[in-house]
Design a protein around this ligand. Structure first.
Ligand code: FRU
Length: 507
């Protein structure tokens, strides 16, 4: 084992014990210590699910990328394993960037991007990204002597050798395949597909799709899989421009739905437009696996590159979403938390039909006159920071229905629906615990049902995942509200009728 890897393994062990009990979410995979970003190598191995992740154990900022490692049997309880890769070779000296994993003949294979610098034409260093392999027994990995196994010179002419990364590998009957993100000569994203008999020698078989400067620039972290009779391509584009409520500026995530011809390796979009995968403030670089019982399960990094909300004094930064089961209904992607979450339910509160009118909207976009101390309705038993709650609002002529989470006397994290525009908004402006002026609200349009809406909210201390109308839309957001702020309030402009089922999440 290299000194760098040994050091990372010792460091993480020593630091984990220093994190105060109860500071991290309990049902989401969290950084062991230091910084994490993308999920990597999310895959099955010896009847367990493995998750690797972009990792800089030494600080809560991004730094030279290692691969951290954990495994689980149920997607919710994770066992931490020793750091798997460190940037300790000439071909990955600047970082072991994102990639994927595959079980094959009893071994676990990792395919990742090695980043290095070489002298450029004018002597100044330039970055080169190449695809590299390692294999191991589920804990320890050997990087291959023949690395790198794919270099950028096999991409179509004019592609950028400094932006060629994040291979996702899988096996078909006729060989191994990998999709890799890169930038074409038009400077925007493309997804190249490679094939190999032995994972050593790879040939380019097609370029599956391209941004053509329509959906952001570099396309990072691709995944490509069949789902419910169609083929889905996902990517995380950098440098996106907001378009209505569909995307937002900066790093986004998109999915494309189409058909795939395994003979010609052509992907044809059925839906011409890319759509956002998640409409929250904190979601990026998702990756999927196929479970033995046939479920396509996706996990994403629950943070944004542009907002750093890590509270002072925390020595860990970043966590992943609860893994989600994916489906296509028509050509739309549906997502819901894995069913395994249900084994962590504790107490249940069912409200039956409730009517609400009023509540203080002083902070909202469309403030109502504030009626004294009325901050909204609380319901006995519905309170806390770790729960899975489904709220069904009946169709009606209310103007706005609001749920305040993580609330206390002066703070709240708002989720509100306005049937007039059919927009659902998450807003953490007044959540507290956020000392920087960063983006704090985001909205998405939901299918208008005359004011009827179903909201499933999974909250785990600082993470809020919202699933709309059975998973038709998802919003993943952080709120670093003080943990003591644990009230939940309901309010409405105009009279709204709803029912809620609140389930405690418990270990
Ligand atoms: C996406 C990404 C990847 C890269 C990794 C580096 O968030 O930029 O493209 O491999 O992070 O940590």
């Amino acid at each position: 084992m290299s000194e760098k890897l040994q050091r990372a393994r010792e460091f993480e062990l020593q630091e984990i014990g220093r994190i105060p009990e109860g500071q991290k979410p309990d049902f989401h995979f969290c950084s062991p210590t230091g910084w994490i970003n993308d999920p990597n190598g999310f895959s099955s191995f010896r009847e367990e699910y493995h998750l690797f992740f972009q990792y800089h154990p030494y600080s809560v900022q991004w730094g030279p990328m290692h691969w951290g490692h954990a495994k689980t049997k149920d997607f919710i309880s994770w066992e931490l394993l020793p750091c798997a890769l460190a940037p300790d070779e000439e071909f990955d000296a600047m970082g072991c960037f994102s990639g994927s994993a595959l079980e094959w003949e009893g071994r676990q294979y990792l395919m990742y991007t090695g980043v290095k610098e070489i002298p450029g034409p004018d002597g100044k260093p330039v970055v080169r990204q190449t695809q590299c392999m390692a294999d191991g027994d589920g804990v320890n990995y050997e990087k291959w002597k023949c690395n790198p196994v794919i270099e950028a010179d096999c991409l179509p002419a004019g592609s950028f050798p400094e932006d060629f990364r994040d291979p996702k590998i899988w096996k078909e009957e006729d060989g191994f395949y990998a999709v890799v993100g890169s930038r074409s000569r038009d400077t925007s994203g493309q997804i190249a597909m490679f094939r190999s008999k032995d994972m050593r020698e790879w040939e380019l078989v097609s370029v599956l799709d391209r941004s053509e400067n329509r959906f952001g620039k570099m396309w990072e972290c691709p995944d490509f899989f069949p789902l419910d009779g169609r083929q889905v391509l996902i990517a995380s584009p950098q440098t996106m421009e907001a378009e209505g409520l569909e995307f937002h500026n900066g790093n986004g995530t998109i999915y494309l739905v189409g058909s795939y011809d395994p003979e010609t390796h052509e992907f044809r979009r059925i839906v011409p437009e890319a759509r956002a995968i998640d409409y929250g403030l904190d979601f990026y670089a998702p990756q999927t696996l196929l479970t033995p019982d046939g479920r396509r399960v996706m996990i994403g990094w629950m943070k944004s590159w542009d907002n750093d909300l890590t509270p002072e004094g925390f020595s860990w930064c970043g966590f992943m979403t609860i893994p989600r089961e994916l489906h296509l209904k028509g050509d739309k992607l549906y997502q819901l938390p894995v069913r395994e979450l249900e084994s962590y339910y504790g107490k249940v509160v069912e409200t039956g039909p409730v009517a609400v009118e009023g509540g203080s909207f002083v902070y909202g976009r469309d403030p109502l006159p504030v009626s004294g101390e009325d901050k909204g309705m609380e319901i006995p038993g519905i309170r806390g920071r770790q729960f899975d709650m489904t709220v069904r609002v009946k169709a009606g002529d209310y103007r706005r229905f609001e749920i305040d989470l993580a609330a206390d006397d002066s703070h709240k994290t708002m989720l509100y629906y306005e049937p007039g525009s059919s927009a659902l908004t998450f807003d953490r402006t007044w959540s507290g615990g956020q000392t920087r002026d960063s983006v704090s609200s985001r909205s998405c349009y939901v299918d208008s049902r005359g004011g009827g809406i179903e909201l499933r909210i999974v909250m785990d201390r600082y993470g809020v995942e919202v699933f709309v109308n059975g998973g038709e839309q998802a919003m993943s957001c952080l709120t670093y509200a003080d943990e003591k702020a644990d009230r939940i309030r309901f309010g409405s402009q105009g009279r709204a009728e709803f029912e809620a089922v609140w389930r405690e999440l418990r270990r």
